[in-house]
Ligand binder design. Sequence first.
Ligand SMILES: Nc1ncnc2c1ncn2[C@@H]1O[C@H](COP(=O)(O)OP(=O)(O)OP(=O)(O)O)[C@@H](O)[C@H]1O
Ligand SMILES: [Mg+2]
Length: 194
Amino acid sequence: MRLCIYNAKGGSGRTTTCLNLAGFYAQSDARVLVCDRDPQGSALAWSALPGEKPFTVGCGRSRGFDIELIDMPPSLPANGLLPEADLYVVPTLLDGVSFVVFLRTMQLIEERGLPHVVVANRFNPKRAEHRARLENKHLHNAVIFPERAAFASYYAQGKTLFEMTGPYLKAARNDIERLACAIEQSTKPTGDQL
Ligand SMILES: Nc1ncnc2c1ncn2[C@@H]1O[C@H](COP(=O)(O)OP(=O)(O)OP(=O)(O)O)[C@@H](O)[C@H]1O
Ligand SMILES: [Mg+2]
């Protein structure tokens, strides 16, 4: 399975989603590759932090992996093409500026008929702006990730939520697990394909 983690807006949570989903999948026997396609190289920099990593991080594709996650750069592709993938995972923030770029991203994805799952990231229920945005049609089936300290601390530790220890991790792990369920639903072969 190949997942492309993409939103043309920077800072929307692509690398956080990508590395922690990879950490989730690596708990099984699956061979997992994170392919860092972002010139900023955040996933590669994370993998260079001290400590053994439960999956491979590289900047190109390789054979021999069961699950490949592509961490994309924050831009609309000049040729309008995205890498081939079984599913496009689109994390977005819920502020006005982020949403404008998210809508452009969705236009690209929908014009090409690409299967996708949206993550409404850093949701704060106290913010009316965030609550209102969840009503947008693109977010009707979105997986919601609240603002959580655990999502901000995993990077500095050079671990994913699934290798870290501490009671405050449970809710954030559960967010990633809900996303993995949504991915499974969206990539399951339909009756026609069986
Ligand atoms: N749900 C969350 N709660 C709290 N902090 C979060 C959450 N999601 C992401 N963050 C933090 O937001 C920042 C941006 O996230 P991340 O680096 O994953 O985004 P990105 O889309 O990959 O950004 P870039 O454009 O830099 O590649 C990071 O500091 C991350 O730890
Ligand atoms: Mg990133």
